[in-house]
Design a protein. Structure first.
Length: 461
């Protein structure tokens, strides 16, 4: 019996129509559902479960390549936002003829306004949503950052990054201002057929540099590398305001409450590095919505909502660099309503299973290769956790009143470790097998490690 490709979950819910078939529910997978399911697994040290996602997508690459040529007439790999298990996209119809019927919300593609595509009808919610492939690339790269699996990076991640970068680069057009623009495209499912959507630009800024770096390291695809580098150097700034009425074509009203501005920080993790983007320290009051609750309905979780104007500013550049604090997380074994992955937790004998996904970022976070222990824990929190950190480290800690009591770091790969002092401005001793290898009161501690060795951190007099 063939090993199932999926890991943490089997199938999601999706919708679509192809030809005479009615919309299907329960078979197609949404990238958004993948995001919510897999995003917490890496830090939770559920690596084998996360591995199923990449078996799933890597196996469908040949089908995706053929489908990209047939539907778009472009090279590379286009990953639909909603996809069947073998890679098929249901929400596009190549030719309207005979008794072919479409759902009432489908739209016709106007070749005079839309320069790419070979299909005649499409689902406007996802028809021109181009961020999905970039987000799947981000999952591949995240898996490598947590595992250090270089063979996986070369043999599985690189072909996906190369294909998605090639397709996305072929969508970009250089205009008279010297910039490469994407026009038209969807900004998630919220804004349809707009110019330079914030979520896709954020994805390009995150994934193209990684493709360029790997292409150079592997000595492969030099022409595409140059093309991606040229696009990166001349990307437009994010839209400074809602799209004007003269946009081509004119934008429609927002169709849901997904906010494309959040794509640059969470949940995909794309960096908010675009010119003009303002990143702010995390604040619970700024994280006000998470797209879907477990019951499948919208959930408001904060003091500010769409009445503040966010709904009409879905692509504005100023955005919070969020997800380091939660106003409503009561503790390490309760439901936390927190954007984007406030899944209900359950009591468990293993600390990594007992920690709700948003709380993992509160307990252990890696920023610029620096491990931060309890970066945003509430002073009324006490407990323990065991989480995985990027770079190949397993972090175990006990804490009381929001402050660490004991910390252990297991080096899984033998990389050098950089960790923020858990006790600011106090002496910290790093021990291996009872012997002190570092004693410092610096803000950041740096030390070499050996593979599989365990290092304990404790306050030192």
């Amino acid at each position: 019996m063939r090993e199932p490709r999926r890991g943490a979950r089997q199938m999601g819910r999706g919708s679509g129509s192809s030809g005479r078939r009615p919309p299907q529910l329960g078979l197609a997978e949404w990238v958004q559902e993948i995001r919510f399911t897999y995003w917490p697994l890496y830090a939770a040290n559920q690596i084998e479960q996360a591995r199923g996602l990449f078996r799933h997508y890597s196996a469908m690459l040949p089908y995706l390549e053929r489908q990209t040529r047939n539907l778009w007439g472009l090279p590379g790999i286009w990953i639909p936002e909603t996809v069947l298990p073998w890679g098929h996209a249901e929400d596009w119809i190549l030719k309207l003829e005979g008794s072919v019927t479409t759902p009432p919300h489908y739209e016709r593609r106007d070749p005079d306004k839309i320069p790419y595509g070979r299909f005649e009808a499409y689902n406007p919610y996802i028809g021109f949503l181009f961020t999905s492939g970039l987000e799947i690339c981000h999952h591949y790269l995240t898996y490598h950052r947590y595992t250090g699996d270089e063979r996986f990076l070369r043999d599985e991640a690189y072909p996906v990054l190369k294909g998605v970068s090639e397709f996305t680069a072929s969508l970009m057009r250089k205009e008279s201002d010297g910039r490469f623009h994407l026009d038209p495209a969807n900004a998630l499912e919220t804004w349809w057929m707009v110019r330079d959507p914030a979520d896709t630009l954020a994805g390009i800024r995150a994934i193209f540099p990684e493709f360029v770096r790997l292409s150079r390291n592997y000595g492969r695809d030099p022409e595409l590398r140059r093309r991606c580098w040229e696009i990166l150097a001349a990307l437009p700034n994010p839209a400074p305001a809602p799209w004007p009425a003269h946009a081509s074509p004119a934008p429609m009203k927002p169709r849901n409450r997904e906010n494309p501005r959040f794509t640059a920080s969470r949940p995909s993790g794309f960096p908010a590095s675009a010119p003009g983007i303002t990143t702010r320290p995390a604040s619970p009051s700024r994280i006000v919505w998470r797209p879907w609750s477990m019951a499948g309905r919208w959930t408001h979780c904060g003091r500010r909502g769409w009445a503040s104007g966010q709904k009409r500013r879905a692509c504005w550049p100023s955005m919070p660099a969020a997800t380091s604090a939660s106003a409503t997380a009561d503790g390490p074994a309760t439901t936390a309503r927190f954007f984007p992955a406030g899944f209900p937790s359950r009591r468990s004998s293993t600390p990594e299973d007992a920690t709700p996904s948003p709380c993992r970022k509160l307990c252990c976070k890696v920023t610029a290769a620096v491990i931060r222990i309890l970066p945003a824990a509430s002073p009324d929190w006490s407990g323990a956790f065991r989480l995985r950190a990027e770079g190949g480290f397993l972090i175990s800690a006990e804490f009381t009143a929001g402050s660490a009591r004991t910390v252990e770091i297991q080096s899984l790969l033998g990389n050098a470790c950089t960790v923020e002092n858990p006790w600011p401005k106090q002496w910290c001793a790093v021990r291996r097998a009872g012997r002190i290898i570092l004693r410092s009161r610096d803000h950041t501690l740096r030390f070499r490690t050996n593979r599989d060795a365990v290092y304990s951190l404790a306050q030192s007099p």
